[in-house]
Design a protein around this ligand. Sequence first.
Ligand code: GRF
Length: 197
Amino acid sequence: MNIAVFASHGGSDLQAIIDGCKSNQIHATVVAVISNNADSMALQRANNENISAYHLSAKKFGSEEALAKEILDVLANHRVDMVFLAGYMRMLHITVLEKYHNRIFNIHPALLPKFGGKGMYGMNVHTAVIEAKETETGVTIHRVNAEYDSGEIVAQTTVSVLENDTPEILAARVLEREHTFLVEVIADMINGKIVLG
Ligand code: GRF
């Protein structure tokens, strides 16, 4: 099973997937990392692990269509079976969504359908959770479709919100859980405990 990971910034979720593969908890290989951000830590992490790393952006190729074609070429060249969006800040083009229908997943740092949609990323999510006085938040892994955060939910886990949490403290607690949850869920997807459809 060949996995491609798309990431825009820090890539700590990417690292968790790579480490899960290396330790054999996930029976798969991360074969390509794609980022729209040339300076992202995610690309550095891929380089450190000798994983093919690609900076692909619409700016670089002139249009969303041209970008999609490059992305599809990379995925085909690496015989990618499954795509994971781990902090990827761009919408995928419809041609990519169609080609990898049901095989593209995203991780979101809250319990969707709450606290999702356009603008709900990064610290905005955790600030909204605290402002809403939620006592519980969590992590959602869902399929990706043409609307932000609205594809079918594949797996969720909860994380407590504590009384004195700031958005930053809560974000760190959620991210830590993301790292273990990603490994558990991808492992279950691959061994068939979570049916991919
Ligand atoms: C995570 O919180 C993830 O849920 C969201 O983007 C963040 C990625 O963090 N989609 P990192 O770049 O992997 O450290």
